[in-house]
Design a protein around this ligand. Structure first.
Ligand SMILES: CC(=O)N[C@H](C=O)[C@@H](O)[C@H](O)[C@H](O)COP(=O)(O)O
Length: 228
């Protein structure tokens, strides 16, 4: 299945679940990722977001919904699918959508965001999700040709405060500018109410990660509340 920009319409107002375990964690195994992804689909996830080549490959065979793939390389600066090489590897692993750093920061391979997006479109069938950290990033990413705009990096690049829940103000700002590409709310959506608020703020679809698929964090939230 090739996902086209028109095909993205099936994701309108839907929930996308991000399934990620971090290096050294017990669940850091692509088979586990795929099982968690398949469980999320049973619950109603309309698409899945996963990190790493093997995770994309295993998840593609485990679910029939669109797979958004990314490759995290490092922890600082531009680390979400930082270069065209990373992006093409994720596309070749089977991702329908490649999520890349969609900020205005310099990229390690020296390519601009628009060169990177053009390279992905030229060399693969994958669509491109730009993980943005601000309104200016979103505008630049649309100009660069990205197919979807995510608020993934809001609160992580210094341009926006790290809000307790989702950055609803940024969502409203981007939504009201009507940039012409699906706006994906992502980042710190921790409750069903947050997801609803993100849609009401104008998001096209909502990505939830930690609150659904990261037991260590969720356990910590409960434990923290009990000790308060
Ligand atoms: C900033 C960054 O590295 N975000 C990553 C991007 O893929 C993931 O670590 C997040 O889990 C994902 O964005 C979903 O967000 P949340 O887990 O808050 O629902």
């Amino acid at each position: 299945m090739i996902l086209t920009p028109e095909g993205l319409q099936t994701l309108r107002s839907q929930l996308i679940v991000s399934c990620q375990a971090y290096p050294g964690e017990p669940m850091r195994d692509p088979r586990t990722t795929a099982q968690v992804a398949a469980s999320a689909v049973i619950g109603g996830a309309a698409a899945i977001r996963v990190q790493g080549l093997a995770d994309v490959q295993f998840t593609r065979t485990a679910v029939e919904v669109p797979v958004i793939g990314l490759w995290k390389d490092g922890h600082d600066g531009v680390f979400i699918t930082p270069t065209l090489r990373h992006a093409l590897a994720i596309a070749n692993a089977g991702a329908h959508v490649v999520a890349i750093d969609g900020t205005r920061r310099e990229r390690r391979d020296g390519l601009s965001l628009s060169e990177t997006v053009a390279g992905i479109h030229a060399e693969s069938h994958a669509l491109v999700m730009a993980d943005c950290g601000s309104f200016d990033d979103a505008v630049a990413a649309v100009e660069a040709g990205a197919d979807l705009i995510g608020t993934t990096l809001s609160g992580y690049t210094g341009e926006r405060p790290k809000t307790e829940g989702p950055d609803l103000a940024l969502l409203s700002l981007i939504a009201s500018a009507d940039l012409g590409k699906p706006l994906i709310a992502e980042g710190r959506i921790h409750t069903p109410a947050h997801a609803r608020q993100a849609l009401d703020a104008g998001a096209f679809a909502v990505v939830v990660g930690t609150a659904i698929t990261h037991p260590a964090s969720i356990t910590g939230w409960f434990k923290g509340a009990m000790q308060a």
